[in-house]
Design a protein around this ligand. Structure first.
Ligand SMILES: Nc1ncnc2c1ncn2[C@@H]1O[C@H](COP(=O)(O)OP(=O)(O)OP(=O)(O)O)[C@@H](O)[C@H]1O
Ligand SMILES: [Mg+2]
Length: 341
């Protein structure tokens, strides 16, 4: 058995196979502090809420942190920002460890293969992903998984472009970042990330309309629609403006990066995924912008992932299963060669 794990700024998602189906376990990558007393602890234990005890109280984790934050009118905190462990949150690593343990569970077999997604190096913010990547890898290895790490954009290619021999461009528009990979026959030729995603949209809309950021996120996720006719002054109008600005920015950066490589002369399909690609109308606008952009490579099909929120985890699972198959075949060949001798 193999598993795929997508560790994102907003969501941590595990994918595994159950019979013919792929099933997903998902938690919000969030926490919230509460004052502790025995009553709350008992209550949390009986209701199987994920929490951690600390010096000054307790922290609720994952989905529950989010639910309780609304009830207590507090802000849920995030262990990650811009796609990597937040340097501002000291408790980030132990908190994420617990959330990862909850979604991933223990390995069911010895040397179970796990593929974890990590962001590629960002090109527009002064940030390095190495510490995040190595920490997440160590965390999964510590849980006794045979852990492999792949770029988030490549995971989108594994999930969505199997019909194209894993050649193409994979784009994941997440919360903290947007990740892009160009691959040829499953081999990445170029990967990069930009420090803009859904969080950036929420911040910009909040700044321009004066509405609290949480309110903007809520409206964005609830309405989940980009209208062509922008109603001036409405949060929906501002959302469309910043969504379009993000798309233009992603395409411009893709073109800049393409100028630095010499890709093979083939037509590349493009797959777009991530939670921020969910709103109705997103894909149509993105496709139009991409077609009009005079990209440095020829583009064939442009597609939206079947399940944009889960595509990265699914791609990681496919990569893990491929790795596991390869190991089995390798072991079998070695055995046969030994027998021959
Ligand atoms: N229905 C929806 N409509 C619009 N946006 C949505 C919807 N559901 C989720 N989002 C947005 O998608 C983003 C989360 O997507 P995703 O889970 O792909 O990000 P992530 O993987 O956690 O982050 P990252 O990859 O940047 O680290 C958030 O900005 C969230 O507000
Ligand atoms: Mg992501």
């Amino acid at each position: 058995m193999a598993k795929g794990l997508d560790i994102g700024t907003m969501n941590i998602i595990c994918a595994e196979k159950e019979g013919e189906d792929v099933v997903f376990m998902q938690q919000r990558n969030a926490f919230m502090n509460l004052d502790s007393n025995d009553l709350t602890k008992n209550m949390l234990d009986t209701s199987k809420v994920l929490y951690i005890e600390e010096e000054n109280g307790i922290s609720l984790l994952g989905e529950d942190a989010f639910k309780f934050a609304t009830i207590f009118e507090k802000e849920a905190r995030r262990p990650m920002s811009h796609g990597i462990i937040s340097p501002k949150e000291k408790e980030a690593i132990p908190i994420m460890k617990l959330i990862v343990e909850r979604v991933l569970g223990k390995p069911r077999t010895k040397n179970e293969v796990l593929c974890v997604s990590t962001p590629a190096d960002p090109i527009d913010v002064d940030m390095d992903v190495l510490y995040h990547k190595k920490t997440m890898e160590a965390l999964a290895k510590g849980m006794n998984y045979d852990t492999h790490v792949i770029d988030e954009g490549l995971a989108v290619i594994y999930s969505e472009l199997s019909d194209y021999n894993f050649t193409g461009v994979g784009i994941s528009v997440g919360a903290g970042m947007t990740n892009v990979t160009l691959a040829y026959l499953g081999t990445p030729l170029m990967s990069f990330s930009i420090g803009r995603g859904g969080d950036w949209i929420d911040e910009q809309v909040s700044k321009s309309t004066g509405l609290p950021k949480e309110h903007v996120t809520h409206t964005k996720e609830k309405n989940s629609k980009l209208s062509k006719q922008v109603k001036m002054g409405s949060p929906e109008g501002a959302l469309t403006i910043y969504y379009e600005a993000l798309m233009t920015y992603v395409i411009q950066n893709l073109n800049k990066r393409l100028a630095k490589i010499t890709p093979p002369k083939v037509a590349f399909p493009v797959a777009v995924a991530g939670g921020s690609a969910l709103p109705e109308g997103f894909f149509e606008i993105f496709e139009k912008k991409l077609r009009e952009s005079k990209l440095r490579v020829e583009i064939s099909k442009i597609k939206l992932a079947k399940d944009p929120l889960h595509a990265v985890a699914r791609g990681c699972l496919i990569a893990a299963r491929t790795q596991e198959e390869g190991q089995k075949t390798g072991a079998l060949t070695q055995k046969k060669e030994k027998e021959k001798k």
